[in-house]
Design a protein. Sequence first.
Length: 73
Amino acid sequence: MYGLFHFFGIGMNGLASLATIFWIWVLIDCLVKEPSDGNDKVAWTLFILFAPLIGALVYYFVRRPERIKAVGH
């Protein structure tokens, strides 16, 4: 009764849930911890909002390490 497609659907739902949780976490991190100097915070927030998964991944791997080195959190 349950075939391969059923288990594939369960896996995709789990992956989509993890991606959504990651996106929300990165968005909150940007809003709370990004310095308010200039337009960086606004630009990153808009990028994360309008390009959800790609924006979150780029922020996490590019901007977040820079901010941690500069500010310390």
